[in-house]
Design a protein around this ligand. Structure first.
Ligand SMILES: [Zn+2]
Length: 424
């Protein structure tokens, strides 16, 4: 079977900021505020579509960011569903790497960006969160705001034969019992701090590579020695026409024809179930607008949803540090002087000086009036901006400001009076 292509592993083109006023922190906050609160049909609530970018501040790598898995490791290739379901050796390798990566993932927590989403939910602005992430941070951070997990979740395993789900944490203990040498190696890695540091550079320096699936790369490890248990239910009552056997220690035996456990995530080459597809489509159809957070929309399943929203003439806001697949399709129809009600495109970086923005805005061409191109050299982070403006007494913790600042991993940011008044 030919390998499926992982879409868009090369950097996407740099985005245009829309509206142009959103090139400053205050402008960005004002634009997002206008976007989220504009009068609208269908209840006026926003559906959020989030991706790996929102979990970076929790210590997980994204895929296509500056330190993303595909950016740093050009040969990285995730496991494909057909390999996992058909190949015992591929499963041993997957579970061995997952066994090592689980502790780090299980210890990581939602960050302030997830909390900010929770805040927006409490303010009644959000209808549903659709996430591509499998880290369970959204449901943890806002259990009362509905989350639809497009690509499943790592917190459970699922049996490929009977679809019974089992807790992944408990499964980790089963793996440790079956693989004492690996368990000792894991303990050693944890002791060395290679798995506990949240600094990706430090992790790499210690020879460890992790990716967003909670998978770890450890050079020189022999995966074929790894063992994993069968589905307990299928072991007791194998589905008709199958056999499920285990060895004397309780590991799944290759004589078996069923009872294979898989993480409850959608692997590459695997289809999203119809109930999930229908649920996310209804979530979009019932919302008034869509806010994309930390996703390049590179996977077709996510891009399709943003396209659906656009086809329904919903305003779309995109906050992502890099380019987005086909992004000219999403905001190119926003009028030049719109305040953000018809669409917003933001980075989590801003122009260094107001003069720079003024120059851009006054250069006269239509193009520069509607959008300002940011480059690495003239952009700087919200964190720097806040640091320089703390003495102005402008800092506030109003939820929407809190939300926007969170996208850059900082707690506070300046606010315009207008936004503060609206939210007070
Ligand atoms: Zn089963």
């Amino acid at each position: 079977m030919p390998l499926m292509r992982i879409p868009f592993t090369a950097p996407l083109p740099h985005p245009t900021i829309v509206p142009a006023s959103a090139s400053t922190v205050q402008g960005a906050v004002a634009a997002l505020h206008a976007f989220l609160t504009a009068p609208a049909k269908r209840g006026g609530k926003t559906v959020i579509l989030s991706g790996a970018g929102i979990s970076v501040a929790s210590g997980l790598a994204d895929y296509r960011g500056i330190n993303g898995t595909y950016t740093l490791n050009k040969t990285y290739r995730p496991i494909y569903f057909h390999e996992f379901s058909a190949n015992h050796e591929a499963r041993k390798r997957y579970w061995a790497r997952s066994f090592l990566g689980w502790t780090t993932l299980n210890r990581s927590r939602p960050n302030i960006a997830h909390e900010a989403v929770a805040n927006l939910g409490e303010m009644g602005l959000i209808s549903t969160v659709i996430t591509q992430n499998v880290d369970s941070f959204h449901p943890k951070a806002h259990p009362n705001l509905k989350t639809l997990e497009l690509h499943g979740y790592l917190r459970d395993c699922v049996c490929l034969s009977c679809r019974t789900e089992y807790n992944r944490e408990k499964f980790q203990l089963d793996l440790a019992k079956l693989n004492p040498t690996w368990a000792a190696f894991l303990a050693e890695m944890l002791d060395s701090g290679a798995l506990t540091t949240e600094n990706p550079d430090e992790r790499r320096r210690r020879g460890l590579k992790t990716n967003p699936d909670g998978d770890v790369d450890v050079p020189g490890i022999e995966y074929s020695t790894f063992r994993y248990p069968p589905c307990p239910k299928c072991l007791t009552r194998p589905p008709e026409g199958t056999k499920v056997e285990m060895d004397s220690d309780g590991a799944w035996s290759p004589n078996s024809t069923a009872g294979v456990l898989k993480p409850a995530v959608i692997m590459f080459g695997e289809s999203i179930s119809d109930p999930v597809k229908l649920a996310v489509e209804s979530a979009i159809d019932e919302a008034s607008r869509m806010l994309v957070l930390g996703s390049s929309l590179a996977t077709y399943s996510a891009w399709r949803l943003a396209k659906r929203a656009k086809q329904e003439s919903m305003p779309i806001a995109i906050v992502n540090s890099g380019g987005v697949r086909g992004e000219e399709n999403f905001v190119d129809d926003v009028p030049p002087y719109d305040t953000g009600t018809r669409g917003v495109r933001l980075l989590n970086r801003f122009r260094r000086s107001k003069a720079g923005l003024a120059n851009c805005a006054s250069s006269g061409s239509h193009e520069s009036m509607r959008g300002a191109h940011l480059t690495e050299s003239d952009a700087y982070s919200i964190e720097q901006w806040c640091h320089e403006h703390v003495s102005d007494g402008l800092l506030t913790t109003m939820p929407i400001n809190h939300f926007y600042a969170n996208m850059a991993g900082v707690h506070h940011e300046p606010s315009s009076d207008k936004v503060t008044q609206h939210l007070a």
